[in-house]
Design a protein around this ligand. Structure first.
Ligand SMILES: Cc1cc2nc3c(=O)[nH]c(=O)nc-3n(C[C@H](O)[C@H](O)[C@H](O)COP(=O)(O)OP(=O)(O)OC[C@H]3O[C@@H](n4cnc5c(N)ncnc54)[C@H](O)[C@@H]3O)c2cc1C
Ligand code: FES
Length: 271
């Protein structure tokens, strides 16, 4: 087997998160792939349809994986459909992952837009497991509507474990009593944001640009603001060049990039 050969994984569970998004639990049929670190991604292969990069949103049992997938096209639709028992191909782990652990005593700020909470959920789990290491830990979540929120049933448990969790939606629905507005508006709810902050951002690129700028304007050093970036991926191994962003190959040098490096690249058109 090589890193270009998919390993066989069996779908053991499938949970519907939103109208267009499901979380699939996969277990290896043979030897599991090496452990995926938070922020790394797999190339998931729907046999006969195609292969796409999907982040790990958690671990499942021993050697198993959780992936939260939004159906946007042919391959992601095929990956969202399989019932338990179906087989998928998995290559990985790919990419560098989140810079964890953050320095001891840091104020952790996790900023998620929409599906961006999927690759950040392992950071949330790390913050809970290592809560005593950090001065504070806050999770800021934005979604289009209340129905688009990922993992809403977990927020109370995250709060009980000592995290601050703030939620906002772009458009309220009947019965919504929470905040309405963009996720950066939640920065006003943070007690601690300073040179001691380490921030983890994932969501639409425009949201990450505004959020990173907002945090650095508040004194967070750019090299302590981490963004998970998306580009088309093909090999996952730094060979094909599909995922190039300026001098970076995001499958190899990313997908997680510090804002000190990503900032100038994201503000350059056509890169
Ligand atoms: C490192 C990395 C991690 C990722 N992690 C996840 C994840 O955890 N869960 C997940 O669901 N997706 C994730 N993605 C995005 C996922 O790879 C794409 O949605 C997928 O490649 C689309 O393939 P497709 O064949 O289904 O659709 P395509 O036929 O390629 O695209 C269908 C339509 O969707 C649009 N589209 C393509 N990609 C996106 C996108 N990212 N967002 C919105 N619209 C898009 C296209 O422009 C097109 O209009 C990740 C991408 C990268 C690079
Ligand atoms: S996906 Fe081939 S070089 Fe990155």
């Amino acid at each position: 087997m090589t890193t270009m050969t998919p390993a066989l994984y069996r779908v053991v569970d499938r949970l519907r998160d939103t109208d267009d998004t499901v979380t699939v639990a996969l277990e290896p049929v043979d030897e599991p792939l090496p452990v995926f670190r938070p922020g790394q991604f797999a190339m998931l292969y729907a046999f006969g349809v195609g292969e796409v990069p999907i982040s790990v949103s958690g671990r499942y049992g021993v050697g198993g994986l959780l992936h939260t997938i939004r159906a946007v096209g042919a391959t992601t639709n095929a990956l969202c459909r399989p019932e338990p028992g179906h087989m998928l191909g998995v290559r990985g782990p790919f990419g560098n992952g989140w810079d964890l652990p953050a320095p001891a005593g840091a104020d952790l700020v996790i900023v998620a837009g929409g599906l961006g909470l999927a690759p950040l959920r392992p950071v949330v789990r790390h913050a809970i497991a290592d809560r005593d290491r950090y001065a504070s830990a806050a999770v800021l979540i934005g979604a289009r509507t209340p129905q688009d929120l990922l993992y809403p049933d977990e927020y109370d448990a995250w709060r009980s474990a000592g995290l601050e969790v703030f939620v906002t939606v772009d458009r309220a629905a009947a019965g919504w009593t929470g905040q309405v507005g963009v996720v950066t508006a939640l920065f006003d709810r943070l007690n601690n944001h300073s040179t001691e902050t380490t921030a983890y951002l994932c969501g639409p690129e425009i949201m990450m640009r505004f959020a990173a700028r907002g945090l650095t304007d508040r004194g967070v050093p750019p090299d302590r603001v981490w963004l998970s970036l998306e580009r088309n991926m093909h090999c996952g191994l730094g060979h094909c060049g599909h995922c190039q962003l300026g001098p970076l190959l995001l499958c190899r040098d990313g997908p997680v990039v510090g804002y000190d490096v990503a900032g100038p690249l994201l503000s350059t058109k056509e890169l």
